[in-house]
Each structure stands twice: as structure tokens, then as C-alpha cells.
Ligand binder design. Structure first.
Ligand code: SAH
Length: 395
């Protein structure tokens, strides 16, 4: 494990051209007017965009001679599919996207009985340097624009609607920010994305607040800002250790905002929203899975509006770390529950396509000689039906 520096400020280079989804409705109307078109064309374009329509030929409510100029100015293609990979009998699909500057990111769409979740990326790479996470070891390339983040969710909604995922046409119901990147380090654009996800059609995807989860390493000022802004989405905190000594090494941002400060911020969020937050904890053999750490975690969270989501570690290439063995997992769960803390073990989808939590490292997958060894892996949603221990994969 190399110790990487923490990086907060993403390079400016590489940001994509402006897109309708980066703009407020008023800004979009003004941009359309600048092209000499009536302002309502902005609403028409929004309707097409959020339905996943990208081909100008299909925008039949817009005069044919205006389509190309409007598309160029407001709907530039930002995400190009490099490849799709499917797993879990066609119910999980990972997509590798190339951005306009060649940067690569991934998203994973997971279908379950009664719902479909997409796990999206908010940055190319990540600056948070967590040593067990493939993306964290890649470093930060750049922030994604709002439109690049929103586009991943729109593509998933369109794929569901078109019946591209096994099980017939359906609806995208959940979005989790558990792909590549630290969403709260790209706050303004993630905030815009939340608006787009929650705004009813045709100006957004019309998802419910509780169906959207923002996962963070614990950037306390940004958690506080989110608390004030009242978007009331589900908050997930990647804790991974109950004590500062260990967390300083597993989640290096802990040296800036420690366990106590992060939990205080999450508690304030829970008080404001009335919503339980989720604590993510990757169980790493002999590193953070000891019974005494389960007890410490239980003590830390007892009586709080919190839920623990244990994730058996998905080892990343070259890592000397491994997932906790089943008996250790069971003991950990039992101790947390004995402390009165709601606890589940996450069902990990897409492991055979490196589509599980923390394996995302898209840049490597393309420089690798073989396309057969793609390497992105997505964190599986915390709001996913957390599987009870002993019934794993029993979705
Ligand atoms: N930066 C954000 C979101 C991306 S990671 C965050 O850290 O919360 C999504 C989840 O996957 C986080 O809980 C992260 O800690 C977890 N994760 C990362 N690498 C993992 C690995 N190798 N095995 C299991 N979970 C991992």
C-alpha cells in the first residue's frame, strides 16, 4: 500500500463543454434565446435529455433546421460507451464511459425484484487515498461536471425503460453515489445532480429523496452544508474503523476530521432530516474485524439513528488484504446487534466483472492489453436490500 497524498482541489483541465444539465431552467432558456430560438425550446430539449433521447432526428417537436445548432450548443455528447459488461444473469450491468478528454469512469446498474439501482461516479479517480480502494489508489484526475454525473443516471433510466436489462422494461428507482470519486469533494456539481435526480419529469428524473444515497469519507463541512440545504437524501458515511488510530490509516481524511467529528455531523444530519444514516464498514481480515472493534463500534453508535452496512472487503489487485472470514463476520454482526445497532451485511453484486465495491480503477483497464480484464468495480449500494448474514446473495 503506497501512501498517497490527500487531494481536495481537482485540476481545472479537462472540464467538458457546457450542457443543458449544468444549467438552471432559467439559464437554459436564456441560452436558447441567445441562439435566436424561443425559450420554450429549452424545455423541449430537457424533455428529450431526461428521456435519454440523443439523436436529433427523434426531436420531432423541434424544427429540423434548428435541431443541430441546439444539440451542439446544449446537448453535446459527453459520455461515450466503451463497453458494457453484464453479470448476475443479466441483472447487473457495468458500463465503462469515456469522457470528452479521454478520462474513464464507470457506473453499475443493478436490478432487484421491485427496484433498480444505479451506482454512479462523481469524479474521475479520487483524491481521498483510501489504501483498500482501487479508485483511491488511482489518484484524482478531475471532477465530473454535473451533466457528466447526471448523464450516467439518465442512461441507466433509459436502459431500464428500453428493457435492456434482463427482466423486461422497468423503471430506475434508486441512485447511489458509490462509484468512483468522493461526491462531497465535488459538492456544487453533486448538489446540481441531486436537484436533477429529484426534480419531477420532464425537468429531472423524479426520484424520491430516500431513494438517493450520497456516500462520503466524511468531509465534515460538506456534510454540514448538505444538512442545511435540505435535500434530505440518504447519507452514508464510510467509517471502516471506530477508533482514530486505525481510521487514520484506512481513511486518511480522518487526520483532518476524526471519528467523533464525523459522527457528530452525521447525527446532526439525522436530526434535521429525521432519516437514519448508514455507516459503511468494509470488513478486512485481522485489520478492523476484531471483536473489540465491533464492541467499540457498537458503543459509538448505540442509541443513534444509524444503521451499519458491513461489506466483506473486495480485495483490489496487488492488495495484501483480504475479506474477513465468515466466522469473524458473524461475530462482528452479533456484537453490533447485541449493542442494539441495526446491522446488515451487504450483498455484493457484480463481483465477477469487478463490479463490486471499491474495485473501480477504470484507467488501468484500458491500458491493460486485454479487454478481458476490465477493472472497474462499483460499490454496491447501501440502500440495497442488505442481505442478512448467512443468506448472502439471496436477493
Ligand atoms: N468516496 C465515497 C464513495 C465511493 S466508495 C466513499 O468513500 O464513501 C463507496 C463505498 O465502497 C465506500 O463505503 C467505500 O469505502 C467502499 N469500498 C471502497 N473500497 C472497497 C473495497 N475494496 N471493498 C469493499 N468496499 C470498498
Amino acid at each position: 500500500m503506497t501512501a498517497l497524498p490527500l487531494v481536495f482541489d481537482a485540476p481545472r483541465r479537462g472540464m467538458p463543454p457546457r450542457h443543458l444539465a449544468d444549467l438552471t431552467r432559467e439559464e437554459a432558456r436564456a441560452a436558447v434565446a441567445e441562439l435566436g430560438q424561443p425559450a420554450f425550446r429549452a424545455d423541449q430539449l430537457a424533455r428529450h435529455f431526461y428521456r435519454g433521447v440523443t439523436d436529433p432526428a427523434l426531436m420531432t417537436d423541434v424544427p429540423a433546421d434548428a435541431r443541430e445548432a441546439l444539440r451542439e450548443a446544449l446537448l453535446p455528447g459527453l459520455l461515450t460507451v466503451v463497453r458494457h459488461q453484464t453479470a448476475d444473469n443479466g441483472r447487473t450491468r457495468k458500463t465503462l464511459w469515456r469522457l470528452h478528454d479521454g478520462a474513464l469512469v464507470e457506473s453499475v446498474l443493478m436490478r432487484y425484484p421491485g427496484r433498480a439501482t444505479v451506482c454512479i461516479s462523481s469524479q474521475a479517480g479520487c483524491g481521498m487515498a483510501c489504501p483498500f480502494c482501487a479508485t483511491g489508489q488511482q489518484g484524482l484526475t478531475r471532477n465530473l461536471s454535473a451533466a457528466e454525473i447526471i448523464g450516467q443516471a439518465v442512461a441507466a433510466a433509459a436502459a431500464m425503460a428500453a428493457g435492456e436489462i434482463d427482466g423486461g422494461p422497468g423503471r430506475l428507482s434508486n441512485v447511489v453515489f458509490m462509484g468512483m470519486g468522493e461526491p462531497l469533494a465535488n459538492y456544487a456539481r453533486v448538489r446540481k445532480t441531486l436537484d436533477a435526480l429529484l426534480t419531477p419529469a420532464p425537468h429531472g428524473l423524479g426520484l424520491g429523496q430516500r431513494s438517493v444515497t450520497v456516500s462520503t469519507v466524511g468531509l465534515v463541512p460538506a456534510i454540514r452544508r448538505l444538512t442545511e440545504e435540505g435535500r434530505n437524501v440518504t447519507l452514508a458515511v464510510s467509517l471502516h474503523a471506530p477508533d482514530d488510530e486505525l481510521r487514520n490509516t484506512l481513511v486518511p481524511i480522518n487526520t483532518r476530521w476524526n471519528v467523533g467529528e464525523v459522527i457528530d455531523a452525521a447525527d446532526a444530519y439525522a436530526r434535521k432530516t429525521g432519516r437514519r444514516y448508514s455507516i459503511e464498514y468494509a470488513l478486512i481480515r485481522d485489520v478492523n474485524d476484531q471483536p473489540f472493534r465491533a464492541d467499540l463500534l457498537g458503543k459509538l453508535l448505540a442509541g443513534k439513528l444509524a444503521h451499519v452496512n458491513l461489506i466483506p472487503l473486495n480485495p483490489t489487485p496487488g492488495s495484501q488484504w483480504d475479506a474477513s472470514p465468515l466466522p469473524a463476520q458473524r461475530e462482528f454482526v452479533a456484537r453490533l446487534r447485541a449493542a442494539g445497532v441495526a446491522t446488515t451485511v451487504r450483498d455484493t453484486r457484480g463481483q465477477d466483472i469487478d463490479g463490486a465495491c471499491g474495485q473501480l480503477a477504470a484507467a488501468d483497464s484500458v491500458s491493460a492489453p486485454s479487454l478481458a480484464s476490465p477493472s472497474a468495480a462499483l460499490p454496491v449500494p447501501p440502500v440495497e436490500p442488505p442481505t442478512e448474514l448467512g443468506a448472502e446473495g439471496d436477493e
